[in-house]
Design a binder for this molecule. Sequence first.
Ligand code: SAH
Length: 327
Amino acid sequence: MDRQLLAAVLADAGEPSYRAAQVWEWVTRGAASYEEMTNLPGTLRDRLEQAVPLSTLAVEAEARSDDGTVKTLFHTGDGRPLEAVLMRYRDGRRSVCVSSQSGCPLTCTFCATGQMKFGRNLSADEILDQALHFRRLEAIDHVVFMGMGEPTMNIDAVLAACERLPDLGVTHRRTAISTVGWVPGIDRLAECEMPLSLALSIHAPNDALRSQLMPVNDRYPLAEVLAACERYRAARRRKVFVEYVMLDGVNDEPQHARELAALLDRRVYKVNLIPYNPTGAYDGSSPERIERFRAILAEHRLGATVRLTRGRDIDAACGQLAASAAG
Ligand code: SAH
């Protein structure tokens, strides 16, 4: 919801300032219409209905997976596409994966969003509206910035959205920002008051391979990125989650696992191996190769988990839905 527009319309209607908080409370509890907001006068409800859309985003398509994952393609008021995903886990966890940008200015070679044209940064309200969309389906408790875009390149809007997430029932500790390793962004998170989680997309254990997969590595090579993560760890006293997408025959050899284990200080990092959702250029590693990689990390006492795959049947990988709608 465009909260600035809401405030302006309420002021224009001569309403007391607590009305904005009343509306926001309804919205964060999953209200799907002004009708439901029974503590507002009827005339005001009608006026808001006309003047302030409940969401800044319009739903263009929605896909539901057999495992309960829901993926939604939205567009902004100016027609920019973006996606968000609700992941439902057996333990009851409800996690929403949000986009921070429409498209992405970076060009990671394995990522569908990286192959799209960059649109623009999303506003804090556009980020929150993704979570609010799913909040209307059910209560949510985790948010991860692992949808389209690089959150640290839109850090002001991302942090402004994070400030409001507890209103929706998502604590800062259950909010994770995932980055390619944009050093100034990591430093902002280290300084930030909110205890947000940090995830680093590393994907390769050396600069040569990493630059091939992630051109941004030429700008911020591994040594600088890891130094920034260690500053975050020192300031926040929290581990950094490392994401490593498993690409068959590219970064999944035993030697890569040994190199990664030597690179990462186990007091600072926890590794999450990500089965690749194929989007064209690469094949994903087999479960056997992923397990072999994990076991080598474990031999070197570097803890690693394998990410549970959700929504395989609905193209739930980053950028896939927007890319197929655009194509
Ligand atoms: N730009 C940020 C956040 C968005 S991507 C970042 O790169 O961290 C979120 C995660 O999804 C990243 O780790 C990214 O590498 C991974 N990812 C992208 N495409 C994928 C695919 N097709 N299959 C599996 N993971 C993918």
